[in-house]
Design a protein around this ligand. Structure first.
Ligand code: AMP
Ligand code: GLY
Length: 434
């Protein structure tokens, strides 16, 4: 079986690594991939948003299964193109991927289905948006409707900041058409958690909860990034609450997607805020999170390929998912300056030495790397993620940080407090066995 993974991050390296453990022994191609995926299969020089190029490659290489990592190819219709070509694809069609591709669509659907989320209003007219913001008052969260590479959300503590964000998105069109419509919503207060599940039609198979660390610096200071680290399980969302999340959040969404004539298939990722009134949805993603994927796959005990094939072939209800009771953590090593401008080309060394410290329990997943001649060099903002298993979060964390000591790269930066909320939390409740 020939698999094409689309994307180039740590998530895609982790997916390739895990699929390579499948007894189905797939042959793996990655478009465009990175220095790490080159060790798992064949990198192909194709952009993740080049749908015609990807489909051409699918037919030329005789690809049997397509796995898009990021949201963009899904929102652009890669799953639809695969369906047309008769090639199975893991992930939703474009109309269902609108759950991530349009925040207005997702919010309106949640309101209709009574899914807990922040109060909101949608605007395409700048003057009306300004009037609403003034009437509602700060704090407010201003969101570009469409995809904006994770930069389209402004948490505005003052009215001035909210008005500035509206000006930026709707008048200066900083995000192009993605910001012509905005969602203005109330600020949610609490701790965030990532809840991911394999979904197909109305079948839901949850993964254990994870927690991401979006801010670039320790103590959650500095601007938001794609994610500087993640761990699982997340004590803030114990397994005992999984059924409630599925019942009140995931199933209503799947039911509505079915009623709209675009049944959902793939990973549905609910970004949650655990508020004093219970979990509320901050956003939906239609794919694995990066870096949440890395610790989740390290814990996954089943054959990922069998799970994905069951999902894309409409047999998800026939399979089970088991995760290791151990904890896993991923600490991201980034280029200094990220998420702003950053240098590239710095040699990266010590990965083998890092992995040799804890064989079978630690894996370095590469993201922004490439091989030049025989040297591995930095080629992106998030360069790699050191991902470790441990008997508990403290052990996983000390392994990851010990391994990071072995990795050498100039102009690099990592957070030293990944997992801090999980460590501070009281021991998990007795229902927690993930
Ligand atoms: P999103 O792209 O919608 O996930 O937003 C990015 C980040 O902004 C989230 O992970 C939160 O940290 C923050 N955020 C988004 N919406 C809200 C909200 N209503 N209240 C508080 N924080 C939010
Ligand atoms: N780590 C957050 C995301 O993948 O969207």
């Amino acid at each position: 079986m020939r698999i094409l993974i689309v994307g180039s991050g740590g998530r895609e390296h982790a997916l390739a690594w895990k699929l390579n453990q499948s007894p189905l022994r797939p042959e793996i191609f990655i478009a465009p991939g990175n220095g790490g995926t080159a060790e798992e299969g064949t990198n192909l020089p194709l952009a993740a948003d080049d749908i015609p190029g990807i489909m051409d490659c699918v037919s030329r290489k005789g690809i049997d299964f397509v796995l898009p990592g990021p949201e963009l190819p899904l929102v652009l219709g890669l799953a639809d193109a695969c369906a047309k070509a008769g090639v199975p694809c893991f992930g939703p069609r474009a109309r269902a991927a609108a759950l991530e591709g349009s925040k207005a669509f997702a919010k309106t659907l949640m309101r209709e289905m009574g899914v807990p989320t922040a109060e909101f209003a949608v605007f395409s007219d700048h003057a009306a948006a300004v009037a609403h913001a003034r009437a509602r008052g700060a704090p407010l969260v201003i969101k570009a409707d469409g995809l904006a590479s994770g930069k389209g959300v402004v948490v505005a503590k003052s009215l001035d900041a909210a008005l500035e964000a509206l000006q930026d998105m709707m008048v200066r069109k900083r995000f192009g058409p993605a910001g012509e419509t905005v969602v203005i919503e109330d600020l949610l207060v609490g701790e965030e958690a990532s809840f991911l599940a394999f979904c197909q039609g109305e079948t839901v198979i949850p993964l254990p909860a994870a927690q991401d660390h979006k801010a670039v610096y320790d103590g959650d200071a500095g601007p938001n990034t794609g994610g500087m680290g993640a761990y699982s399980p997340a004590p803030v969302l114990p397994e005992s609450r999984q059924d409630d999340i599925v019942r009140t959040i995931i199933r209503p969404v799947l039911r509505k997607m079915r009623d709209l004539g675009c049944p959902y298939s793939g990973i549905l990722y609910a970004g949650l805020m655990i508020t004093a009134q219970g979990p509320k949805v901050v956003e939906f993603n239609v794919r694995f999170g990066d870096p949440e994927c890395q610790p989740l796959l390290l814990r996954l005990e089943d054959d990922l390929l069998a799970l994905m094939l069951a999902c894309s072939e409409g047999r998800l209800r026939e399979v089970r998912l088991r995760s290791s009771p151990q904890a896993a953590i991923c600490v991201v090593l980034a280029a200094a300056g990220y998420p702003g401008g950053y240098p590239k080309g710095m040699p990266v060394s010590g990965i083998d030495a890092a992995q040799a410290l804890f064989p079978g329990r630690l894996k370095v997943f590469q993201a922004g790397t490439k091989i030049v001649g025989k040297t591995l060099v930095a080629n992106g903002g998030r360069v790699l993620g050191v991902t470790a298993l441990g008997g508990d979060l403290a052990e996983a964390r000390s392994r990851a940080y010990a391994a990071l000591e072995k990795i050498r790269m100039d102009n690099s930066h990592f957070r030293r407090d990944i997992g801090h909320r999980g460590l501070r939390a009281s021991p998990p409740d007795p229902g927690e066995s993930a």
